[in-house]
Design a protein around this ligand. Structure first.
Ligand SMILES: [Zn+2]
Length: 250
């Protein structure tokens, strides 16, 4: 009898667990739920200092080009003071109310700036990978190399806007080990990680590009006067800062 009661009690508990969530009503879908829908990523809440999560990390990628001079924004999904400052700079750059809080106006501007594959409108995965089609064979996984390239593209988008929205010429980015060896790249080249981008002179010139890159989250900048860089400006991520373009006063 005691065992039978225990079974009954357990059954009741199981039913209670089953019934409670089923009674929860998600409510009707309202226009507010869908108005911001975008092909790449949609933010569903306003984000401010103290917030955390994947939506914060997605925001950090989009504002990675606004860390301030010499800065690099962490992509950790935690909305701290540095993220607030980056959001504020992004808002200032586009004439939005600059309060460091990412709400509908900020997300709306991001939606305007991105394609359905999450790249910023003025840069593509294809131009950042003239080595192979699948981002494989580098020093990190293909997925990581592609993700690193995406962050560099958002930094370049910020830089492009700061320089008057004139086109920036991209000569290449990711290299597999084979591609890197073929062009005589350094064994530890950031091109093997997907975040390095080689820029042509364009209408800006190598030195202006190298100098401006200091404001947009590139910890590695190599340009004229640095061995092998008289014919392009190289921007990349790295741990620690290394900027060298002696002919540009850097
Ligand atoms: Zn390079």
């Amino acid at each position: 009898m005691k065992a039978f009661l225990a079974v009954l009690t357990g059954l009741a508990a199981a039913l209670a667990v089953f019934v409670v969530p089923a009674s929860a009503d998600p409510g009707p879908v309202t226009p507010a739920d869908v108005e911001a829908a975008d092909g790449c990523y949609t933010w569903n809440r306003t984000l401010s200092e103290g917030a955390s999560g994947e939506d914060v990390r997605q925001l950090q990628i989009r504002v990675a080009g606004y860390p301030g001079y010499g800065g690099v924004l962490g992509l950790d999904g935690a909305f701290g003071p540095a993220t607030k400052a980056a959001v504020t700079r992004f808002q200032q750059a586009y004439g939005l109310a600059a309060d460091g809080v990412a709400g509908p106006a900020t997300f709306g501007k991001i939606y305007e700036l991105q394609d359905d594959d999450c790249t910023p409108v003025n840069f593509t995965y294809a131009e950042l990978n003239r080595c192979n089609g699948d981002w494989s064979g580098g020093n990190v996984s293909a997925g990581q190399a592609r993700a690193n390239a995406l962050v560099s593209m958002w930094k370049l988008q910020a830089m492009r806007h700061a320089m008057g929205d004139r086109p920036i010429t991209v000569n290449g980015g990711f290299r597999s080990v084979a591609c890197n060896n073929a062009v005589g790249g350094a064994p530890a080249s950031r091109h093997l990680y997907g975040d390095a981008v080689d820029l042509g002179a364009g209408s800006q010139g190598f030195c202006a590009l190298a100098q401006q890159a200091r404001n947009h989250g590139f910890a590695e900048i190599l340009g004229p006067g640095y061995p092998g860089h008289d014919d392009h400006t190289h921007v990349a991520a790295r741990s620690g800062q290394f900027w060298s373009a002696p002919s540009c006063g850097m």
